[in-house]
Design a protein around this ligand. Sequence first.
Ligand SMILES: Cc1cc2nc3c(=O)[nH]c(=O)nc-3n(C[C@H](O)[C@H](O)[C@H](O)COP(=O)(O)OP(=O)(O)OC[C@H]3O[C@@H](n4cnc5c(N)ncnc54)[C@H](O)[C@@H]3O)c2cc1C
Length: 305
Amino acid sequence: MLTRSALIYLSRQEGLKEFAARFSLFRKLTTRFIAGETIDEAIAAIREINARGCSASFDHLNESVDSAAETEAEVTEYLNVLARIDDTGIKSNVSIKLTQFGLEIDSELAYRNARRVVEDAKRRGNFARIDMEGSNVTQATLDIFNRLRAEFDLNDVGIVVQSYLYRTKDDVSALLKIPARIRLCKGAYDEPAEVAYPNKKDVDQNYVRVMQMLLSSGVYHGIATHDPKMIDATVDFAQREGISKDAFEFQMLYGIRRDLQEQLARDGYGMRVYVPYGKHWYPYFMRRLAERPANIWFVVKNLWK
Ligand SMILES: Cc1cc2nc3c(=O)[nH]c(=O)nc-3n(C[C@H](O)[C@H](O)[C@H](O)COP(=O)(O)OP(=O)(O)OC[C@H]3O[C@@H](n4cnc5c(N)ncnc54)[C@H](O)[C@@H]3O)c2cc1C
């Protein structure tokens, strides 16, 4: 747990990013989790993912952006991604982060930026998902999502909830009333016990509880996890309740449990792979290391070789 907190702390240290990025070897190791630095590299990765029977979601890596000009570049990047999805015919939607669009500068700016991407996704018959970030921005993220959902349709824009937060069950009850398309994940940030379950057992129990709420709602949701226990619980619940395989989808991260991704796709479940790409890979990469101590050994071993 200490290692996880330490790595998440390091993920926020910009100086270290500069330092780490200087080592081409370190950058090479990131390719396990990151599809590349450019849209073309991400498209090549998505073509392979599609060939394995899975769909994808583009994630242009950047977060906590602190200048309006940079948020403008992020919007342009996403509009470009949506155009390239149409041009290439790949099966993919997009995932966005509101701090990438200026949430920590001005929430109106983040709303306007996100709106431009959602509007373009709608025009193209595509879908934009708003990722969930740290608990300091949970409410602001939900507020912007709710505004967008009031202006756009169920299949234009979706949101993410995290089973480690105490508030999530209530948030999900409110979101299902709208209704909203939701991605359920466990949560990747380092949260204090005041807002999040400190024990994995409770996070998992809450995950199963929320998964059951989602699957019973009749709306198409994303069950995002690599945890076989969560996947089995989802498959069992769906079978017990007569919920068909195409009424929801599983989602996993690029480079993680590819075997399980392919197995679920072969078994006839919708399987979406989240494909991060871009120059700002450092915080995302560090959060992936934090999730699994074995990943740190993978890095250390390879740096040594
Ligand atoms: C599609 C998708 C979108 C996501 N979006 C968000 C978001 O918007 N906000 C947010 O806070 N979090 C997001 N996450 C991250 C999520 O919250 C978890 O941090 C992450 O998925 C690990 O949790 P887990 O459910 O896989 O279970 P865990 O209990 O952490 O892991 C279960 C098993 O999965 C494998 N595994 C998990 N992580 C790794 C890893 N890094 N490297 C190698 N193996 C691993 C291991 O075999 C592990 O034993 C997303 C995850 C996915 C799959």
